[in-house]
Design a protein around this ligand. Structure first.
Ligand code: IPM
Ligand code: MN
Length: 358
């Protein structure tokens, strides 16, 4: 039996309860498959840990992340825990995404059955695309190193040829594995940028078109980011794979999530050549923490992406099928605050039951 060693960073706020729900679901597929075994290694990290120790991630934990087969991470950060420069102390993007060179941030936007979209008239099947967000450069290249003077701060957007080539290839490779856009079934990659204004984005688009020549079977489509924000609301069914710079991907992935029931219904993967980290993309929602209110599906969908990456495609499929069935059977009714009405634990239990029964 194969063992997968996982570093688990439960994080702050609602992190522990939604990651516990994901672990419960992982245990259910482990029991169902009888083919692999998880070795969970729990490490503290984030804002609360910073408050206690003066660092948000210890060198030992980083080393464990480097050794692990994968990392499963909940939201980190608490609004009141700040570094002396005013930025949030609990965020681990720089240390993990850049530290492990996790250049591809894969963010599926998919509307599940019976989940209500912010867009009128949209149903499951209408919205099903993936945002491939560059994860190591772009505007967030400036993280922690903006040039500060009396007069203000100058942050730099860095778009490199190598960084763009690798993310664009990822996006085209992903488009080949997918069925195509819901609207017309065409395999398509949309490049989202502001190449009309900034030279870095002009390079991004140029490289997209260059690399695209090696993928004659995939349709190439380019959109300015402002127009893309409109198109994702008006015509989400035309998209299949979107590739974009870091900051644009950060914003557009939250916009996309809103059309698919909210961030509580979206998982994500941060993938590099050697390592991968799977994390929820929403905040730590401290007001909901410890109240059995948070939607655990973000963590569970994230865990399904991890299973896929670990080579456990059938187990990943079992989780996805269970998520579809509990949504279809309305076992995840969402209230006005975006919380499952019967609570976090009830959702996890319904999923475990669905996995056991399948
Ligand atoms: C995300 C988050 C992070 C980001 C924040 C918390 C630094 O919003 O994963 O999208 O901007 O990348
Ligand atoms: Mn974000």
């Amino acid at each position: 039996m194969h063992t997968h060693t996982l570093v688990v960073l439960k994080g702050d706020g609602i992190g522990p309860e939604i990651i516990d729900a994901a672990i419960q679901v992982l245990a259910a597929v482990e029991a169902r498959e009888q083919k692999f075994h998880f070795n969970f290694q729990f490490h503290p990290a984030g804002a609360d840990y910073y408050r206690r120790s003066g660092t948000n991630l210890s060198p030992e934990t980083f080393a464990a992340c480097q050794q692990a087969d994968a990392i499963l991470k909940g939201p980190t950060g608490l609004p009141e825990v700040r570094k002396p420069d005013g930025t949030e102390a609990g965020l681990l993007g720089g240390v993990l995404r850049n530290g492990l060179n996790l250049y591809a941030n894969i963010r599926p936007i998919r509307l599940f059955p019976e989940v209500s979209s912010a867009l009128a008239g949209k149903q499951a099947g209408d919205i099903d695309y993936v945002i491939v967000r560059e994860n190591t450069e772009g505007a967030y290249f400036s993280r922690g190193q903006g040039e500060v003077t009396e007069a203000g701060v100058r942050d730099i957007i860095s778009i490199t040829r190598a960084g763009t080539e690798r993310i664009v290839r990822r996006a085209f490779d992903l488009a080949r594995q997918r069925l195509g856009a819901p609207h017309d079934g065409i395999r398509r990659v949309t490049c989202v940028d502001k190449s009309n204004v900034l030279r870095g984005f002009a390079l991004f688009r140029q490289i997209f078109l260059e690399i695209g020549e090696h993928y004659p079977d995939i349709e190439k489509h380019c959109l300015y980011a402002d127009a893309a924000a409109q198109a994702l609301v008006l015509w989400p069914e035309r998209f299949s794979v979107i590739v974009c710079e870091n900051f644009l991907g950060d914003i557009l992935s939250d916009l996309g999530a809103a059309t698919a029931g909210g961030l509580g219904f979206c998982g994500s993967a941060n993938i590099g050549a050697q390592h991968a980290m799977f994390e929820t993309t929403h905040g730590s929602a401290p007001a909901l923490a410890g109240r059995n209110k948070a939607n655990p599906l973000s963590a569970i969908l994230t865990a399904a992406m991890m299973l896929e990456w670990l080579g456990e495609a059938r187990a990943a499929e079992r989780v996805m099928t269970a998520v579809e069935s509990v949504c279809r059977e309305k076992k995840v009714w969402i209230d006005a605050d975006g919380c499952p009405v019967e609570g976090t634990r009830a959702v996890a239990e319904a999923l475990c039951q669905a996995i056991a029964d399948a």
